[in-house]
Design a protein around this ligand. Sequence first.
Ligand code: SAM
Length: 187
Amino acid sequence: MRGKVYLGLVHYPVYNKGGETVATSVTNFDIHDISRTCKTYDVKGYHIITPVDAQIELTKRILGYWQDGFGGQYNKDREEAFSTTYVTESIEETVKGIEEIEGKKPLIITTSAKTYPNSISYSKLSEKIFDDDEVYLLLFGTGWGLIDEVMSSSTYILEPIRGSARYNHLSVRSAVAIILDRLLGEN
Ligand SMILES: C[S@@+](CC[C@H](N)C(=O)[O-])C[C@H]1O[C@@H](n2cnc3c(N)ncnc32)[C@H](O)[C@@H]1O
């Protein structure tokens, strides 16, 4: 069912360039741009996932400015975009929160620029989202992407986006916009 799609932007656990598992910093671009994209495609909740206290505090301060502060009064469209953006400390906490709202655990869908043997196509996942009663949590990585354990614990891995070139390393903001359009857009 289309109205039960959630999105998580994972800042931990993700890889760094050296293949180590790290926590990355939240960027202002990702707070704003992904909130706006999620609202446009009717995503029920956008979860910015970070366990780092200083990052949680900073992100909440920025969200508060647009959700309850002067920013929201000044720009109502931005206030609306931020109305379903949250900070959560882990993937597990995000899943638990969604389960409390929906009464069932979400199916986890992970995304990557790499191909995995058990990848699902956009058309197949889109069909499922529109036809079944499941709740979905789409996870996107930061840094050098989601760690293998997160990839392998998901229900489905989405096939990578490909343009017309071999290069396919998109910014996470671009990947979110393209994927939401492929899964939930008018076509
Ligand atoms: C690895 S992070 C890169 C973060 C980086 N700091 C940035 O520029 O935004 C990008 C995330 O976007 C998604 N992504 C990037 N390229 C993709 C592609 N070709 N197909 C599917 N998802 C992709 C994945 O979720 C990936 O973990």
